[in-house]
Design a protein around this ligand. Structure first.
Ligand SMILES: [Zn+2]
Length: 410
């Protein structure tokens, strides 16, 4: 394809994606006022319900503005030769392909982080603050951004360097080596996420001895789940929203409970949430998710290898000298419809897994405390009780509350 045609294909992808996205948001917003299903009548009282509606509307309006801003910015950058300018600036510093790629992406990422900062600040300190969720201080907010940035530079820069080394030494076959490297990286992060990444942002302490720990251990023993690591994380440092999650596998597996969860839920409810997490493990969801993400990574890298050699991809984004880094940007833009599609499949799978984990908790522990914990958590986060089915299909990794409750009560 010619470079101009490709340029318009990229523009079309950006615009169509934005329109589809906004149409889904619009459909969803139309249902903000719908009457609640009877199962959910007791989640909110009238005032809280109004507050949850207002929260959703505020987020909806904010999304239109922030997404619109980023679309206009991306299109302007493409149309007025922004990538070409950054590329030339990069070439004035170094002509070696690896440092060039690192500087090029460094500038693009720094620019988009700086432009995104006001939006992120507004979301945290105006919207979340107004609805009483925010517990983040300004210093935590900024130090999070800086730590996240450093992590991106180290991990992202490392992976990019590896990719280019493979590309230089093996040509079009580089995707196989890149896949193996990314595979090892994904496995490593999965195993050591709680040990290496989480401590940069949060404090984790082993759950204290006491009746909660005893109930959890009794449950774990009953279902034959070997559990040495139960940690409590100081989620309350940033937000009042509560959560629990499972990470790692083998000896490294651990369950992490937010301190907010421990404060808000009864002991039975916490064990029920935990039973759901154990369900994910026992039904092999952790392994399946890992395999699926390895396969999609392989697919992406394979398609990348078909594109990376075509100079038109670089030229289409307005860069005059084709290069690995420019082709990577063009590829990322062209590939986004495919990644939307794999995202749909992953969400579909994830919703199925949520039902299975709920069933596991119901069969091995009890349904009632899980139902009441889900209601409490939804109430706490003012979550949307009546999402539009099309919105759920595209965006939800968890089934809507009412479906989970119906399944648990069935
Ligand atoms: Zn789950």
């Amino acid at each position: 394809m010619e470079k101009n045609t490709l340029f318009y294909v990229i523009l079309a992808i950006l615009v169509v994606q934005y329109l589809v996205q906004q149409y889904l948001e619009y459909l969803n917003a139309q249902r903000f006022k719908s009457t609640l299903p009877p199962e959910l009548a007791d989640v909110f009282d009238e005032d809280e319900y109004k507050k949850s509606q207002q929260y959703k509307r505020t987020n909806y309006k904010f999304g239109i503005i922030s997404d619109g801003f980023s679309l206009v910015l991306t299109i302007c950058f493409l149309a007025f030769g922004g990538f070409g300018w950054v590329d030339q600036f990069t070439r004035s510093i170094s002509e070696d392909s690896i440092p060039m790629a690192l500087i090029f992406f460094g500038i693009i990422m720094l620019g988009s982080a700086v432009l995104g900062l006001p939006f992120s600040y507004y979301r945290t300190f105006v919207i979340e603050e107004e609805y009483g969720f925010n517990k983040t201080t300004k210093s935590t907010f900024f130090s999070d951004k800086i730590k996240g940035g450093i992590l991106t530079v180290i991990l992202g820069g490392g992976i990019l360097t590896l990719f280019m080394l493979f590309y230089q030494s093996t040509g079009p076959n580089f995707w196989v080596y890149a896949w193996i490297a990314v595979g090892i990286f994904i496995l490593f992060i999965n195993l050591f996420y709680s040990r290496l990444i989480v401590p940069l942002f949060n404090k984790q302490t082993p759950l204290e001895n006491g009746s909660l720990k005893t109930s959890i251990e009794n449950y774990a023993q009953k279902v034959g789940f070997e559990l040495q690591n139960i940690f409590v994380i100081d989620g309350s440092k940033r937000s009042t929203k509560a959560n629990a999650y499972f990470s790692g596998f083998g000896k490294e597996k651990r369950i992490t409970l937010f301190d907010t969860l421990i404060n808000d839920l009864s002991e039975d409810e916490i064990v029920a949430v935990l039973a759901h997490e154990v369900g994910h493990y026992k039904r092999k969801h952790i392994i399946v998710n890992l395999v699926v993400s390895l396969l999609t990574t392989g697919l992406t890298l394979f398609i990348l290898s078909l594109f990376i050699n075509h100079p038109e991809i670089s030229l289409a984004i307005g860069v005059s000298t084709p290069s690995f880094h420019a082709a990577l940007v063009g590829f990322a833009l062209l590939y986004s419809p495919i990644s939307e599609l794999t995202g749909l499949i992953m969400n579909y799978l994830s919703r199925k897994f949520e039902f299975q984990a709920d069933d596991f908790a119901k069969n091995t522990f009890a349904a009632t405390p899980l139902v009441s914990s889900l209601k409490k958590l939804s109430k706490k986060s003012l979550s949307n009780l009546t999402p539009h089915p099309a919105y759920v299909f595209v965006h939800y990794s968890h089934p809507p509350l009412v479906e989970r409750i119906r399944n648990l009560k069935a």
